[in-house]
Design a binder for this molecule. Structure first.
Ligand code: DAH
Length: 350
């Protein structure tokens, strides 16, 4: 038996020292030390021995096991280190290689123009407020002096939901009524409200069934058309440059009296005439006016005490003018190739 053990030991150590890689050593470990390995086979033989022999043979077996496993562990460690070093050498990072450019996201230009308008108004003490897109007929029309059946409703092809009382707001003007009603006597009111609006328009280059408006309202004592004119002038100078001029043309809105249309001098041709301003030298940018006494009354304000002005910008229109875009659908397009061109334009302008 002793001879058998000696042979086994000799054979094992020889195989371990001749092994050429980690896989081979691991296989040897199973062969010798595994559950069904040689050493366990020999352990089974212990049963057949006398107590005295068991003691002696057990010692021999333990020695054998220790020696083989030490040799195996040493070899395993050696190959593991070797493999790791080979891997590290192979995977060396060449820090001189050019980096991979990570494409940067950027805000939508519509968002940019809204933020610009917000910051101009905030610098003049205006609050930026929000209102619901699913609106009641009462706020979208009635409180704004547009009663049921009034022809002024036809101008705003409205999406009605469920019944005639709930709709997708066709303008941001309902937020005027909501703000006045909730102000609780906190006057002056100075607010702007950027937000989505909806109309049953067929989409084309200048129309979209969903578009953004920026509503504005100021309520105080002795508010006049010249306050409105001065405010519009400051805002459009900030947006389109200090030499931008503002003019008012008479217009009609049911919720303002008098009502005006605000034009700005064409910033492309400086008033000489070009395709953008259709050779007039002027570009229309907003509707506005002095808050109609009926609207003040409807919202709980005595029109003999309180006055106000209101205005509404089309946010896409402002962005289209500012960034030279000629199709409103561009803003709602998800084609990155097209959107990225605006990133570049913005950077070029910087
Ligand atoms: N709500 C109007 C529209 O959608 C825009 C507008 C005009 C808003 C005059 C106003 C205003 O507040 O005073 O066409």
């Amino acid at each position: 038996m002793k001879e058998k053990v000696e042979n086994l030991k000799y054979e094992a150590l020889e195989k371990i020292s001749k092994s050429e890689n980690l896989k081979e050593v691991n296989e040897l470990k199973i062969t010798y030390l595994g559950k069904k390995g040689f050493i366990n086979d020999l352990t089974a033989y212990l049963k057949e021995l006398s107590n005295e022999e068991k003691k002696e043979f057990g010692k021999v077996l333990n020695g054998l096991k220790t020696e083989i496993s030490e040799k195996l562990d040493k070899k395993i460690k050696y190959y593991e280190e070797k493999e790791l070093n080979e891997k590290l050498n192979k995977e060396q990072i060449d820090i001189t290689l050019p980096g991979v450019a990570i494409p940067m996201g950027s805000p939508n230009i519509l968002e940019c123009i809204i933020e610009e308008v917000e910051s101009v108004f905030m610098s003049m003490g205006y609050d930026v407020v929000d209102g619901p897109e699913v609106e009641e007929d009462k706020f979208n029309f009635e409180l704004l002096n547009i009663p049921k059946g009034h022809p002024a409703r036809d101008a705003q092809d409205t999406f009605y939901l469920c019944d005639e009382e709930i709709l997708l707001r066709s303008q941001t003007s309902p937020v005027q009524a909501r703000t006045m009603l909730s102000a609780g006597g906190n006057i002056p009111i100075r607010m702007i409200c950027p937000g989505k609006t909806y109309r049953r328009d067929d989409d084309d280059a200048t129309h979209s069934h969903q578009f953004m408006q920026i509503e504005g309202l100021l309520v105080d004592k002795n508010v006049s058309l010249s306050d409105l004119k001065g405010t519009m002038d400051i805002v459009f100078k900030k947006l389109f440059g200090e030499d931008c001029e503002t003019r008012f043309r008479p217009s009609y809105y049911q919720f303002t009296e008098p009502s005006v249309e605000t034009d700005i001098s064409c910033f492309v041709c400086k008033g000489i005439g070009c395709s953008l301003c259709k050779n007039t030298g002027w570009i229309t940018v907003s509707g506005a006016g002095i808050v109609h006494p009926n609207v003040l009354k409807n919202c709980g304000y005595d029109p003999s005490v309180w006055t106000g002005f209101a205005f509404g910008f089309g946010a896409e229109r402002l962005a289209m003018l500012k960034y030279g875009i000629n199709d409103i659908r561009t803003f709602y397009n998800t084609d990155l190739r097209e959107i990225r061109t605006f990133d570049r334009e913005e950077k070029d302008n910087d």
